[in-house]
Design a protein around this ligand. Structure first.
Ligand code: GLU
Length: 280
């Protein structure tokens, strides 16, 4: 009787070990939680970017980044109900990966040389461009019009950096933690323009509450190559994510996702980039 009890416990332990191994082997690594059947993957996204990464009032998530993340997770062995989406604001992305808070980041995350010193990237999976969002009656149409104007962007974003270094060093730049704060400023008039990627701005301009109030300037001020952020040195995950992204383009899921998510905002997206092809 005693012997049988021991065997049962040993058998349970063996099953648990096998289950943990079968679940992508990521049960004990960062960004995953627990081991065995309840294995999860944590993925960083944005919560305030309609069409890209949005937390809906009912608690669900939508957007192109969410669809890409869900597809990639599936290829890594995680069903949608095993994904835990976590908000990663622009300034916190490198740290979130370094700390192991998340396994992947799919959050309009541009691949840059500076960021590559701290994190690794798979991709790119989308090419966007920096642009301006202004009130419909605004006469700001060029980056040079911004000097002396109140401009809003997000701390830790490439757009804020570009403004300071390049486009409008004399603009009165207000940096906020998230894009919603900039939008509120644009609406109230305390901000003359909001600058970030056109993919993000198109989503805001199309939102019901802003419809007809804002317009994009239509400037391609930079090339923003979106990558999936991975912890520095985790080449195995980078390779797996690259294979997943390639498959997503090949089987048509990428095209479906861009149409579904950018169609409502009439965003003219670029064709799917080739993996490893960074447009400077
Ligand atoms: N894609 C740009 C960046 O990675 C701007 C958008 C963002 O803040 O996420 O900084």
């Amino acid at each position: 009787m005693k012997l049988r009890k021991v065997s049962a416990a040993a058998a349970t332990a063996l099953v648990l070990t096998l289950t943990a191994t079968a679940c992508g082997g990521d049960g004990d690594s960062e960004g995953g939680s627990g081991s065995g059947g309840g294995d999860k993957i944590k993925i960083g996204i944005k919560y305030d970017q309609p069409g890209l990464g949005l937390k809906e009032p009912d608690g669900s998530f939508s957007g192109f980044d969410v669809d890409v993340a869900t597809y990639v997770a599936k290829e890594l062995g995680y069903e949608p109900d095993q994904i835990e989406f976590v908000e990663t604001k622009s300034a916190d992305r490198e740290n979130a990966l370094a700390r192991g808070d998340v396994k992947l980041i799919a959050a309009t995350y541009s691949i840059t040389d500076e960021r590559k010193e701290k994190v690794d990237f798979a991709g790119p999976y989308l090419l966007a461009h920096q642009d301006l969002l202004v009130k419909t009656d605004s006469d700001i149409s060029e980056a040079t019009d911004l000097n002396g104007k109140n401009l809003c962007s997000v701390t830790g974003s490439t757009s804020a950096q570009n403004v300071k270094n390049d486009f409008a060093p004399k603009a009165n730049l207000k940096e906020t933690g998230g894009y919603s704060e900039c939008l509120a400023g644009l609406q109230s008039g305390s901000v003359d323009a909001l600058t970030t990627d056109d993919s993000i701005l198109a989503g805001y301009a199309a939102q019901a509450q802003y419809k007809g109030k804002f317009k994009l300037a239509g400037l391609k001020l930079s090339n923003e190559n979106y990558g999936i952020g991975v912890k520095k040195g985790d080449t195995e995950t980078v390779n797996k994510v690259n294979a997943a992204l390639e498959k997503m383009v090949k089987d048509g899921a990428w095209e479906t996702a861009v149409k579904d998510n950018f169609g409502p905002a009439n965003y003219e997206y670029e064709p799917a980039p080739k993996i490893g092809n960074i447009v400077k």
